[in-house]
Every structure is written in C-alpha cells, then in structure tokens.
Design a protein around this ligand. Structure first.
Ligand SMILES: Nc1ncnc2c1ncn2[C@@H]1O[C@H](COP(=O)(O)OP(=O)(O)OP(=O)(O)O)[C@@H](O)[C@H]1O
Ligand SMILES: [Mg+2]
Length: 310
C-alpha cells in the first residue's frame, strides 16, 4: 500500500510538544520517518533517537474530531497484556493543544495478503494468538460489539430509503434483501473477547519476529470471529477470489465455528457500509478515503455474491 494519509511532519509539531516527547524518550530525535499507512490526518512517524533507540509517535490536535480515538487507543494500549502481538505503549499525554502517544517502534512492513504470500499464515497466527490472549477481555468495561461496530457496519437499509442514482444493477436488484441480510449479524456479535475492530493490512505490520497489530482505536468486547472475518475483503482486494480467500481461513477455530449465516450477513454489512460511505463527501484533510472505500465495496460485494449466490 502506498501513501494514503496526508500527515504533518514531525518538524511541523509545536516546539513545546517536541520537547515533551524528547523528555519522555530520554534522547533527542535525529530522524522522523512519516508513515503513509491509514487515512487519519494526524502525525505518525518512526523516530530514530541520538542514543540509537527508536520509537513510534502518533499525535493529533486535541480539538480534531478524531482526537477521541487517540485517547481510546491510549487507554486500550495501557491495558493490553504484554504478550499480545502489539507494540507496547510507552507513554501518552498532551501538550500545546495536541494529544500524543509513544510506542515501541516495529521495524516491519504492511502485511501482503496477496495469493501465496507467506505473510498470510504469519498474520493468521498473530490474530489467533491475540484472540486467545484477549479472551476474556482485559477491558471488561468496553461497549459490546453489537453497540459500537453494528452501529457503523451497515448500509443497504440506509441506501434503500433513497437509492442513489449511480447504484449498480446488482445493488438495485437486491436492495431490500440485502437490507434484511445485513441486519442479522449484530445479534451474534457479542462475546467475551477484546475485538480490535479495524483489521486491515496497514494495521498489520510484519516484522522478523512475526506480525504485530497496531491502531487500537476502535476496540469493543465481542465475538472473536470478527477480527478474523475482517481479513476477507482485504484478501479479496489483494487478489484472492472469494473462494480462495475463504480457503486461507479454514482451520482457524474462530472462523470455523462462526455460524455461516452470520458470516454471510457480515459480508453484506461490509458491502453496504462501504457502498454507503464511499458516496459521502471526503472528510477535510482525508483525500484518499472514498476511493479506497469504493474498491473495498467492490471486494465485499464479490464476497457477498459468492456467499449468497445472488
Ligand atoms: N509501532 C509502530 N512502529 C512502526 N510503524 C508503525 C507503528 N504503528 C504504526 N505504524 C505505521 O504507521 C502507520 C499509521 O499508524 P496507525 O495505523 O496507528 O495510524 P492512524 O493515523 O491511526 O491511521 P488510521 O487512519 O488507520 O486510523 C501504520 O499503517 C504503520 O505503517
Ligand atoms: Mg491505521
């Protein structure tokens, strides 16, 4: 994945904030490599320090609409067990009107989910270990997935109230059935696992020691199949057919035991969500999100068509 986010550089941050970060790191920053993954307009940079240590910094103005997500990520990071394959949160705080988080740096790259990629078993093993370690959830006060994720992951019902003129024939033909289908999965989304909720290749870093899951900004408590099933549209976007993508997940207990009709509903919900969201105006400072969502809608529709035969 290339540069998707438009991010400020380390040097553009207020001096006071950079000094505070430096104080917490215990050494001055000699280089800051801005990371392009994701879509948020916040700072995301790999820092190399004078004492040869490295760290990863995320920062966003406290007044930004996404700042609350950074605080959620900080609260989650503080309470993740150290054995979870995620970079350790070193410190978080605020200064000069910015929220800032410091993590251990992962020397890795975004997971390659294309057919035959050796990253796929590496990612599956990390996600499976993560679900095992996070059941029961170490954050028992989180909202259930049925409240948080289900409130977002839908679209056909909304589109049915006023079908957009550019909706393709398949969407028009099946709109009312898709609206019914996408409403099934939330009743099966609850469970005891801490669910990441935003599994995609740019939140999966593959390093020499295995895969690491970053960006814990959308956690919920629920059924563990969600973080595994989230690989599906991304496997398809990376070049798998729907049948080929599902084959890569066979053998993962969380996938194998999920009721098939729930997974079909989940596929339809993703298709509807991305079909709906890709038609919204671009959020300020996030120019690449809607084009990505159009591609993602295509993948989720292919998955839904495969599972329904529609
Ligand atoms: N600990 C880390 N070490 C090295 N690189 C990292 C680390 N955490 C994240 N990255 C890189 O920075 C990118 C952005 O990080 P992250 O996904 O946390 O930010 P974000 O701004 O929340 O993005 P999103 O738009 O996905 O919400 C990731 O795609 C990854 O390439
Ligand atoms: Mg991200």
């Amino acid at each position: 994945m290339g540069l998707t986010a438009v991010r400020p550089s380390w040097a553009e941050l207020p001096t006071e904030l950079r000094e505070l970060v430096t104080a917490h790191l215990g050494s001055t920053v000699v280089s800051a490599d801005v990371q392009g993954g994701g879509f948020s307009p916040g700072v995301a940079a790999r820092l190399v320090l004078q004492n040869s240590d490295r760290s990863f910094v995320k920062a966003i103005p406290a007044a930004h609409v996404l700042a609350g997500k950074y605080l959620i990520e900080a609260e989650t990071g503080e309470r993740l067990p150290p054995s979870v394959p995620s970079p350790r949160l070193r410190w978080h705080g605020s200064s000069a009107g910015w929220v800032v988080l410091l993590f251990d740096d992962i020397d890795g790259r975004h997971a390659d989910l294309s057919p035959g990629s050796a990253d796929i078993p590496t990612v599956i093993s990390a996600l499976t270990a993560m679900a095992d370690l996070l059941t029961p959830s170490p954050l028992p006060d989180l909202q259930p997935s049925s409240a948080t994720r289900a409130g977002l992951l839908h679209g056909w019902g909304d589109l049915a109230t006023s079908p957009p003129a550019d909706l393709d024939w398949w969407g028009r033909e099946h709109l009312s059935d898709l609206a019914v289908l996408e409403a099934v999965w939330p009743a099966h989304a609850d469970g005891l696992t801490l669910v990441h909720g935003d599994i995609r290749p740019d939140n999966l870093l593959v390093a020499s020691g295995g895969a690491y899951v970053v960006d814990w900004a959308q956690p919920s408590q629920g059924a563990a199949w969600q973080d595994i099933a989230d690989l599906m549209p991304h496997l398809i976007m990376a070049g798998h057919s729907p049948v080929g993508a599902e084959k890569t997940l066979v053998g993962i207990p969380y996938w194998d035991l999920a009721p098939p009709e729930v997974i079909t509903s989940y596929a339809a919900a993703y298709a509807g969500y991305w079909t709906r969201m890709s038609r919204q105006p671009s959020p300020p400072g996030v120019p690449n999100l809607r084009a990505y969502q159009r591609r993602a809608a295509g993948a989720a529709i292919a998955w839904t068509r495969y599972r329904t035969g529609w």
